[in-house]
Design a protein around this ligand. Structure first.
Ligand code: PEP
Length: 253
């Protein structure tokens, strides 16, 4: 079975003390997980080391950065490189979240370079894609997300692609309380897998976890995760509330 993943995206929220408390509450719940089930916390950069030490050696819990720079190193004040993350022992990094694409003008080409930086540093990228409302309303969401994959992933080898995670996040559902229906989620996840398959073959496509993101909540996680091509979720708002995120973790297949 493909890995099933509950990934928390804390974004720019929580003080250090609140972050420690939230992690503590979730870890204290001692949720029973199988080896194919993983929980990943994408935390603000200043909390990476603390969060990594909180989850310790638990084999189901991991820490992710929310971003890294697309260049290896250099005069980029305020930025964080994939190599720095690797030196902290961080194994995951969110790449191309729609907020970064929109507010920080991240282009397909920059994201392709970020993928390379992560993979060169043994960091699993969680590559985000997803369409805005206008594209969904025009019915061209498949073409839109296929282009996102082509422009930022298709320079990678099959072996590299097998080691990534994809998160499909329709922008109209992020932080809006509006969730894709299970039919919409399953349909586009299956389509994304077919795009990977046509470039890299079915075996490769079958290994890649594709997470759904966009107002996943305690009350809708189980039905979304039950879709055959939905391998868990990337969760913003609901990951900031311990009990809600615990329920979401328990909804993993
Ligand atoms: C996200 O930040 O990736 C996200 C999906 O947010 P929310 O769950 O709040 O919609």
């Amino acid at each position: 079975m493909r890995n099933q993943i509950a990934a928390a995206n804390w974004k720019m929220n929580l003080t250090y003390q609140q972050a420690e408390k939230l992690l503590d509450e979730i870890l204290k719940a001692q949720i029973e997980l199988s080896t194919h089930q993983q929980v990943i916390f994408a935390v603000p950069a200043p909390y990476l080391t603390m969060a990594k030490s909180e989850v310790g050696r638990d084999k189901n819990f991991f820490i992710a950065a929310q971003n890294c720079h697309h260049k290896k190193s250099g005069a980029f004040t305020g930025e964080i490189s994939a190599e720095m993350l690797q030196s902290l022992g961080i194994k995951y990094c969110v790449i191309g979240h729609s907020e970064r694409r929109e507010y920080f003008q991240e282009t397909h080409a920059m994201l392709a370079d970020k993928m390379d930086q992560c993979l060169e540093n043994f960091i699993t990228p969680i590559f985000c894609c997803g369409e805005p409302l206008s594209i969904r309303e025009s019915g061209t969401q498949n073409e839109y997300v296929a282009q996102q994959l082509k422009d930022s992933l298709f320079h990678l080898s099959a072996a590299q692609v097998q080691s990534i995670i994809i998160a499909y996040e329709p922008i109209w559902a992020i932080g809006t309380g509006k969730t894709a229906t299970t039919e919409q989620a399953q349909e586009i996840h299956a389509f994304l897998r077919s795009v990977i398959s046509s470039q890299y073959g079915q075996d490769t496509a079958d290994t890649i976890p594709i997470l759904y993101g966009g107002s996943v909540k305690a009350g809708n996680a189980a039905e979304l995760f039950a879709c055959p091509d939905v391998d868990g979720g990337l969760v913003g708002g609901a990951s900031l509330v311990a009990q809600d995120f615990i329920t979401i973790i328990k909804a993993l297949k």
